[in-house]
Design a protein around this ligand. Structure first.
Ligand code: CU
Length: 612
């Protein structure tokens, strides 16, 4: 048994609270962890290799503009901003450890050379995809997927989605060697190892964390299925390592020859029985769904009625951390109704930059991967970023079945449905259960708050946001020059119509008067927040807000905020505020601010911001 999991030193509900405060809450922690992985790797190299690999230490993991420019990815930063998609995102949570059978490092005893080891790999993590490798990219055979037999296929890497399972068979070569079976979190913030065999150590290659806008050329594209016409998507490159002379090909490594062929550097670091990593070789042959072929035909009877294809578009919103199917969270659209004895086809269309492992209870479904009658059966299918995957199954298990993304934070925040057979009548017990437990399945309408306060030499501010699904209350209080006559306040109650657009109403306090106001907010391409207000005294206000992470300094970003505002009542008026903040931690920033207006009132100050 090879159970993989992720571990965080916080209560999972606190993790969810943190993500609701800010979808990128764990950005700093993940950046620190990636830096540690790179540092350990570089330090383990010989002096000469350290010199050659010094550039690795300059990788940007915070997504700053300067970092993107330095790594040659400025165009990708701009594209990400314009499309409001952001960079490729491998995980939302910063974990403290990754585990195999509950351990970071462990040893599998009594494995002899020449024996076959069958690993039953189960991804039991909350929200982590794992790479699986053995030794120096050695081949192994995949024989089941989700417990269903597939025709053996030889690869040297798996990318295992949450809730996916595989059985793989590894034939231990006749060599005096100990092998590392290694899992690496897809975001490459950490790994875990299980050792087996006897003799000198053969470690798996280290997966160097990718900088924010860097593409993974190791074949991260796992989903595929029926391509969605995104020919230039990352991972579509011709797969490296397809040639037959790759190292570790177990057809020709009986004996002690040829097993290192193709390694270009780092030979000297091999063979030490401690944490000496070897360089990644790029020679990976990762399992793709297209390679999976059922042992038995899985085709469904032609005489069965085929229901209309059901499109399930997967999308989400990192700003308010909500996840949707067809634009709606679970609370707003609970059921997908199907008819017994029909062939049901779901087409998952991923509109996000994340992987979603889509899991259906009560059925094995065919994944239409081009293998015709031998399409493999699964209970969980990975839908890769911006890809489309089609599944079908025979509706022969009347009931109400949960269908959900198995990233548990996505599930909790709405990426779920109930698949209900049309004529199925729930037993009273089931109905009772649903009432009792249903509210635990998803939390997408729960209220979550966040607060930010700033104390500056020239002003004080307090922002409070309470978000509950589509509803949000924003409160902003501000005192300029610590003069109560300058007190300003806005309290707005908003409803988000979609990911980008909200309308609402509220009150505004300005110049010691109180006004009622209507508001509309829209996130413009380029991730510019635009907000308009119409007050009951006829004053119209339009405000823009743009936040730009400029540059990294000692592992922390300096963020520039721009906030121009124009208003009209009898005459045009404008003011402009800008801040540069150095983010010290998740909680605290220090910064400078400058504001100016049409009448030439300038103000400069500095201060501290605290988030909680
Ligand atoms: Cu998901």
């Amino acid at each position: 048994m090879f159970v993989m999991s992720d571990w965080v030193n916080e209560h999972p509900m606190d993790v969810l609270y943190n993500l609701k405060k800010d979808g990128h809450y764990y950005g700093l922690k993940k950046s620190d962890m990636k830096k540690a992985v790179v540092k350990n790797y570089v330090e383990s190299l010989s002096e000469e290799e350290q010199f050659k690999n010094a550039d690795l230490l300059k990788k940007d993991f915070l997504g700053t503009v300067w970092g993107a420019y330095k790594n040659g990815n400025l165009d990708k930063y701009i594209d990400g901003e314009l499309s409001r998609m952001g960079p490729m995102d491998f995980s939302d949570v910063g974990y403290d450890a990754y585990l195999i059978n509950g351990k970071i490092k462990s040893m599998l005893k009594n494995v002899r050379h020449g024996e076959k080891v069958r690993f039953r790999i189960i991804n039991a993590s909350a929200s982590t995809y794992f790479y699986f490798n053995i030794g120096n990219n050695r081949n192994f055979k995949v024989i089941t997927k989700d417990g269903m037999a597939v025709q053996p296929v030889k690869v040297n890497e798996l990318l295992v989605g949450i809730a996916e399972t595989y059985d793989v068979v590894f034939e231990v070569p006749h060599m005096m060697k100990k092998f590392e079976a290694k899992i690496t979190a897809q975001d490459r913030t950490g790994s875990a190892s299980l050792m087996f065999g006897m003799g000198e150590m053969e470690m798996a290659p280290v997966k160097i964390p990718l900088s924010t806008y860097e593409m993974d050329h190791g074949g991260m594209d796992h989903g595929g299925g029926h391509g969605g016409g995104h020919g230039d998507e990352p991972g579509d490159d011709d797969e490296p390592g397809d040639d037959d002379d790759e190292p570790g090909d177990d057809d020709d490594d009986h004996g002690d020859h040829g097993d290192h062929g193709g390694m270009d550097h780092g030979m000297n670091s091999m063979g030490d029985d401690h944490d000496m990593p070897i360089p990644p070789m790029g020679k990976t042959k990762q399992l793709k769904y297209e390679m999976l072929k059922s042992v038995e035909p899985t085709n469904l009877d032609d005489s069965l009625v085929r229901a209309q294809v059901i499109d399930l578009e997967l999308s989400g919103d990192m700003e308010r951390y909500t996840w949707y199917i067809n634009g709606k969270p679970f609370s707003e659209d609970k059921y997908i109704t199907i008819r017994e004895n029909e062939v049901i086809t779901f087409r998952y269309i991923n509109k996000t930059m994340m992987h979603h492992p889509m899991h259906l209870h009560g059925h094995f479904f065919r994944v239409l991967n081009g293998q015709g009658d031998y399409a493999p059966l699964m209970h969980t299918v990975d839908v890769a970023p911006m890809k489309t995957v089609t599944i079908e199954f025979h509706a022969n298990e009347p009931g109400v079945w949960f269908l959900h993304c198995h990233n548990l934070y996505h599930m909790k925040m709405g990426m779920a449905r109930l698949v209900k057979y049309e004529d199925f009548v729930q037993t009273p017990e089931l109905e009772e259960d649903q009432k009792k437990w249903g509210s635990y399945m998803t939390k997408d309408t729960d209220a979550f708050w966040r607060t930010e306060t700033s104390l500056n030499t020239n002003s004080a501010m307090l922002d409070v946001r309470v978000n509950a699904g589509r509803y949000q209350v924003d409160m902003e209080l501000e005192v300029d020059e610590y003069d109560i006559d300058n007190f300003e306040a806005e309290v707005m109650f908003k409803r988000y119509l979609d990911r980008f657009f909200a309308v609402g109403t509220g009150v505004v306090v300005e110049d010691q008067k109180v006004y009622a106001a209507l508001t509309a907010a829209y996130n413009l391409p380029g991730n510019v927040e635009m907000e308009g207000f119409l007050r009951n005294d006829g004053k119209a206000i339009v405000r823009l807000r743009k936040s730009i992470p400029l540059v990294e300094f000692r592992g922390r970003p300096i963020v520039l905020d721009l906030e121009p505002e124009v208003s009209y009542k009898d005459q045009f008026d404008w003011n402009f505020r800008t801040e540069a903040n150095y983010v010290l931690s998740r909680r605290t920033s220090i910064g400078l601010n400058f504001s100016t207006d049409k009448n030439g009132n300038n103000s400069v100050g500095f201060g501290i911001k605290i988030r909680f």
